[in-house]
Design a protein. Structure first.
Length: 345
């Protein structure tokens, strides 16, 4: 088969469309003929070498397609089934290819009303948002929340999920007019509840968040960006507030949440939750993996029932060297609102 192969770390120009071994489906696995893929920030971090992986490799974690064959012991899928999958567990290769074989718990039936391109967006971003909002944030009706990074892929899922959970007041950051337009017109954020983070200091942003919440800190603060936005989330949370982050920080990150006399966490008896979606796949076994399909099917049902809307989907066309390079450039530059997808014939 053909695949987008990465042989050395560096820029997007290192992707090459080359021959790659066609997967052999193993016991407990599903072989998928890929119809669409979506790209995620973790993809460019791997490509650049920030997350070391053995090379050569085929990147990509989100796929949608048709079941080609199933391995011994797989009874819930059959050839011809339309599915989507997240490539966290055992797999033959990444998503940027014509075929992939992966363990059955990471595969979910595609909702008929969704296209392959739409279904390919549900995996990493959708499940990360679901874990952050539903499992970790435990949002309750009437709460005020703050979202740092609402215009990106995860944020674009999280905001509709927050509304579904009954949250009525959402404050969000924006980097500029394009992000603001996306947040207002596609995600329904009140223009007065946008924080232009490039124009304000951390102290000014915290003051504005509290002003929008009657002088109080927010019940839950979601960090989908990292760095100073993570600090803002801690500072802007209220008593017994929850801070939920999807972003790890480098060793030199200067922020102490453990020492009682200086920690914004201790000062407000708050809690901190980290969303590491692939942790069960990396560190657990088959008995731990069922949660992935539960989350994928839960998301698909919510979308099918109209309870949440899909984020804006930008289709860059057929998966080629040019289109995958463009996808990585756009994503790395922070110019993506919603999700980027590519298609395979």
């Amino acid at each position: 088969m053909k695949a987008m192969v990465l042989e050395e770390f560096g820029g997007p120009e290192n992707f090459q469309w080359k021959d790659w071994p066609t997967p052999e489906v193993k016991a407990g696995e599903v072989l998928i003929r890929i119809q669409a893929v979506s790209v995620n920030p973790v993809d460019y971090k791997m490509r650049a070498g920030h997350l070391p992986i053995p090379l050569p490799d085929v990147l990509g974690r989100d796929v949608a397609g048709t079941v080609e064959s199933v391995g011994e012991g797989v009874t819930e899928f059959k050839p011809g089934d339309e599915v989507f999958a997240v490539l966290f567990g055992p797999r033959s290769n990444g998503a940027y290819a014509q075929y992939v074989s992966t363990a059955a718990p990471f595969v979910c039936p595609k909702v008929e009303s969704l296209s392959f391109q739409q279904a390919a967006c549900l995996g990493v971003a959708g499940m990360t948002a679901y874990d952050a909002v539903v499992n970790k944030g435990k949002n309750q009706r009437g709460e005020t929340v703050f979202v740092a990074g609402g215009a990106g892929g995860v944020g674009s899922f999280a905001i509709p999920l927050l509304r579904y959970c009954g949250v009525t007041s959402i404050i969000a950051t924006t980097g500029g007019d394009q992000s603001a337009d996306h947040l207002i017109h596609n995600l329904g954020i009140d223009a007065s509840h946008l924080i232009y983070h490039r124009k304000l200091s951390l102290e000014e942003m915290e003051a504005r968040i509290r002003e929008l919440n009657n002088g109080k800190g927010v019940a839950v603060a979601f960090d989908f960006v990292g760095g100073n936005m993570k600090k803002l989330c801690f500072n802007a949370s209220g008593f017994d507030g929850r801070v939920v982050s999807t972003v790890e920080e480098p060793p030199e990150f200067d922020f102490n949440i453990w020492r009682a006399d200086i920690s914004p966490l201790f000062a407000k008896s708050g809690t901190y939750h980290f969303v590491a979606l692939s942790a069960r796949a990396r560190n657990g076994g088959p008995d731990d993996w069922g949660v992935y399909r539960d989350m994928m099917s839960g998301l698909a049902r919510l979308v099918e029932a109209g309870h949440i809307t899909l984020p804006k989907v930008t289709d860059l066309g057929e998966l080629t060297e040019d289109t995958i390079r463009e996808a990585h450039r756009l994503l790395e530059a922070g110019h993506v609102k919603g999700k980027l997808v590519l298609s395979l014939g």
